[in-house]
Ligand binder design. Structure first.
Ligand SMILES: Nc1ncnc2c1ncn2[C@@H]1O[C@H](COP(=O)(O)OP(=O)(O)OP(=O)(O)O)[C@@H](O)[C@H]1O
Length: 266
């Protein structure tokens, strides 16, 4: 298995630390109203919340795509700011998989798309090839390496999008709605892949059972504020909390029972 986390200094106990983050879009719309969030190294956190809560806005701050509001974002001890060298290192450490894989795939073959990021870091030859092999292996797409991304199924393209990010050996993997538009088998297979990855994981999702399956902790963001932070099972087992923030479990889904079943399968 890939030893991403082993390459980092042991002193960085907090992978991700967001303090007092406040952000208004240029049209004046206030999207984040003082967000505090920490994820320890190797932690797995689901970011839940209704449409328009500010989840994507928060994610876009984690590698400096959005900046300029108040507050701080620290990644593995590095503060996200506009300094170009720092930003390049932050973008290597924080890999974001966007909801639409087609936003991340643009080269003629899968292997070229996966090689693109590490090649930009200056890797060449055997070292670059090793990154491609390792990332495709991690997502089970090795046999498709010479295919055109646009000929793959949606679920396969999402896996390749994950591989393009893994090839950078990120410390933190951020996934924006990873289970959306996947059929049940692809959703389950992606969960199995994500569970094995030795990274700090932050997952934005409306799929509450997926949050329970992959993240021991969750926060709920609503109207730009964190309104709940706890174990995923305790948040999902609170129907009033869920209803207040427009979150819904699938009909008949019992989070406490599901958590028990997941624990026995680990
Ligand atoms: N470029 C923009 N300019 C102005 N307002 C924006 C912009 N992008 C997002 N917003 C607003 O910021 C708020 C937060 O949006 P954001 O996309 O972060 O929410 P979200 O929680 O990710 O929602 P969803 O679950 O629908 O993806 C929303 O009210 C949205 O209308």
């Amino acid at each position: 298995m890939i030893g991403y986390v082993d390459t980092l200094p042991a002193a960085d106990l907090l992978s991700l630390d967001v303090r007092g983050l406040h952000y208004s879009y240029p049209d004046g719309h206030v999207a984040l109203r003082g967000v505090d969030l920490t994820v320890p190294r190797g932690g797995r956190l689901a970011l839940l919340g209704p449409n328009g809560a500010g989840k994507t806005t928060l994610v876009l701050h984690l590698n400096g795509i959005l900046a300029g509001g108040a507050g701080t974002v620290t990644v593995g001890g590095l503060t996200v700011d506009r300094d170009r060298a720092t930003l390049a290192e932050i973008r290597r450490r924080v890999g974001i998989v966007f909801q639409d894989p087609d936003d991340q795939l643009f080269l003629p073959t899968v292997a070229e798309d996966v090689a693109f990021g590490p090649a930009n870091l200056g890797l060449r030859g055997a070292e670059l090839e090793a990154r491609v092999v390792e990332a495709l292996d991690a997502v089970g797409m090795t046999e498709h390496r010479d295919r055109a991304p646009q000929h793959l199924s949606f679920g396969q393209r999402r896996r390749v999008a994950v591989a393009t990010v893994l090839a950078m050996r990120p410390e933190i993997l951020v996934l924006d709605e990873p289970s959306s538009n996947l059929d049940p088998a692809a959703r389950r297979e992606l969960a199995a892949i994500l569970r094995r990855l030795p990274v700090t994981l932050l997952m934005v999702t409306h799929d509450l059972p997926y949050a329970l399956e992959l993240c021991d902790r969750s926060v709920i963001l609503d109207a730009g504020r964190i309104v709940a932070d706890g174990t995923t099972v305790e948040l999902l087992a609170d129907p009033e909390l869920l209803a207040r923030h427009r979150l819904e479990l699938p009909y008949g889904f019992d989070p406490t029972l599901a958590a028990r079943q997941l624990a026995t399968h680990d």
